[in-house]
Design a protein around this ligand. Structure first.
Ligand code: GLN
Length: 283
């Protein structure tokens, strides 16, 4: 094996990834190397002269090949960060997105303002919403559901990792099918990509479970199910918070015209990203 120090290896890795059209080549090269070395990224500049062991070198080469093949870094290293917390991810769950942090922050504000006691997270996937809501609201009790048993297992691991297992009840359920309670809040980032949109996604997204991304009925299936059934599962003065397919925001909002009020919140790119639905007019 050639002996390169960390500084040299990173230069070579960045060049290699760039040549495979990876846009964040430097960042990805660093994040994957830190995983191989089992260190935090801030330590990297302090150990630039160190050499890799043969084992580290060969593992890093495998990581770089996978990334060049467009597999997302989070799947390669097996975890990601969301709301300042660490989450395990595998190809059984979507990788948590930055936009979804706006959904959690909006929900957290509502919980504090209205002193909410319980919340239902539908299509929980990795559990990123359920776990971070539990983490940042000490008195809330959370029910997290998903149709996929494999996803629920990851979500349970994430609840343990973040020490909130005692306040999250996991239920395998097709949307509301196995839910028998009422909640102050229903939150969901459901699958919402249309079959047409699915054909045009970046290569990285094809590593994610299609079940978690696409929805029938032109992307509207889950929103329609929630609009039709949510009232049975909401307490008085309850609210629903949904992540939106930005291309369908108006159609989705109109599905909820029988509720007292709806409000759209934009994301960092100015796109309609969150829909807040209330069962009573805001004071
Ligand atoms: N926001 C995701 C994307 O980047 C889709 C998530 C979802 O379907 N809920 O495509």
């Amino acid at each position: 094996m050639p002996t390169f120090n960390i500084f040299e290896i990173l230069k070579i890795a960045e060049k290699f990834l760039t040549s495979h059209n990876i846009t964040e080549a430097k960042l990805d090269a660093e994040v994957m190397l830190c995983d191989v070395l089992n260190i935090e990224r801030k330590v990297l500049p302090t150990i630039r002269e160190k050499n890799l062991t043969a084992k580290q070198y060969s593992l890093y080469q495998k990581y770089l090949e996978r990334r060049a093949n467009r597999e997302p870094v989070s799947y390669i290293i097996g975890n990601t960060e969301f709301m300042g917390l660490k989450f395990k991810v595998s190809s059984d769950v979507l990788i948590p997105r930055q936009e979804t942090e706006i959904l959690v922050e909006t929900v957290n504000n509502f919980i504090k303002k209205n002193n909410c006691k319980n919340i239902l997270d539908l299509c929980t996937g990795s559990g990123c919403i359920a776990v971070s809501v539990a983490k940042y609201n000490k008195d809330i009790s959370v029910t997290a559901s998903d149709i996929s048993e494999k996803a629920l297992n990851i979500a349970k691991e994430n609840a343990e990792l973040n020490k909130v297992s005692d306040r999250i009840n996991f239920v395998q359920s097709n949307i509301f099918e196995s839910i028998n309670e009422k909640f102050d809040i229903i939150v969901s980032n459901p699958p919402y990509v249309t079959e047409k949109e699915y054909k045009t996604l970046e290569k990285e997204l094809y590593f994610e479970p299609k079940l978690a991304l696409t929805a029938e009925d032109n992307g509207l299936y889950f929103y329609k199910q929630i609009a039709e059934n949510a009232k049975k599962y909401l307490n008085n003065n309850g609210a629903i918070f949904l992540e939106l397919n930005a291309n369908l925001s108006k159609e989705i909002e109109s599905l909820f015209k029988n509720f007292s009020s709806t409000k759209i919140i934009k994301d960092y790119s100015g796109l309609p990203r969150i829909l807040q639905i209330s069962t009573q007019k805001e004071k």
